[in-house]
Design a protein. Sequence first.
Length: 208
Amino acid sequence: MLNRCCQARDVATQQPLLPESANAFGIRRRRVVIHPPGCHVPGRGNGQSNHPHDLEGISAMSVTGTTDGQQPIPRQEQTRMSTQPNSTPPIQRLSRVQQLTLNTWRLASDKLQRVLDPCSILEYSAIHAVLAILHDVNQPIALFGRHASADPELALVNSLVANTSRADLAYDILDSAFLLRWNALVAGGVGPEELPPLRPASKSDCER
């Protein structure tokens, strides 16, 4: 009897063990292996550490949860959206002096259209010569500063019309050239906002 028990025990010890991933009832189990920081994990790249301090890129991909059922927005994207500056530039307006200067240019252009005939070659040549020089100005506002120091351009106009009967139109020719450049720069609707016309003074304003 004792011999039979020993034989049964030996047979039981010779039976193959079940795999680690399944129990006696055939239910597969998942084995979780925890690797210490800095060790090499087989099948995971070149042995880089999985320590949280070594995975700096994970913080950039963190998301912020929502409670209204919408898709969460990455935190990095939220920061980019909140710090993005407004792309709409502020509206630029003319000063009163700049508006009066622009009105003077328009009056000069209207005057030349009245007094010059199509055969006024030197006068029109002076206008287009100054206009060609002003092509280095790319901002409408910059024309006013250029006009305040336009002695070289005025000298060019005088060199063409000084000995003609239209010598008194030198300033009008200069202003007309500046107006042509102004119209070219604001043609796309990107120019500064002009001021409304000054209203005539009423009698009550004069009494004050």
